[in-house]
Design a protein. Sequence first.
Length: 237
Amino acid sequence: MLRLEAVSAGYGRIAALKAVSLEVREGELVCLIGANGAGKSTTLRAISGLLAPGAGRITWQGETISGLAPREVLARGIAHCPEGRRIFPHLTVRENLEMGALLRRDRAAVARDLAAMHDRFPRLAERSRQAAGTLSGGEQQMLAIARALMSRPKLVMFDEPSLGLAPSLVDAVFALVAEIRAAGTTVLMVEQNAMAALRLADRAYLLETGQVVTQGTGAALLASPAVRDAYLGGATA
């Protein structure tokens, strides 16, 4: 469904990705794990068009999308739920959700999807007319996820969905990600909580200094002594 072939990208003279190759198959939940600065978020930015690759190729359902504008990538069915939520704080909750459907022209279906999001996220329905910036961190994360789903994506990319949330909300976010995948949407996720991510993942890639150093099933990486020692807190994990 999605394939990166020897993709390199960076910021000025800083090389953030160095010949990264990976793939996401239809219906999978694939995770990217690694330390801060490993290139995980940069990978998602390159896919979504926020950062143009300097080398390599990104293909989506057989079509090259390297270098396309974010709007064009979204129109093809790839939604990006960014790190830090990036909601529109001065718009209402409802307006944020409507922004997720900006490229859609099926207005009746958009209205039905908006109602479905209110059913799925009752707190957002209660705060529909409230400025999004006044929501709690957990509510803002739910809004960011719901906004991404409003585009009806074939693939949704989550960048650190549990970052900054209270422990009581982390499990709810992971359950929501699993629910989205179970409903038929393919998922590519970057996540700081490597253990939780690997438990969810069909497959995973470990990045270090902009390169893929290990890949395999989520279960295989969970069982790997090297991965466990470096990223999962050692043998006690």
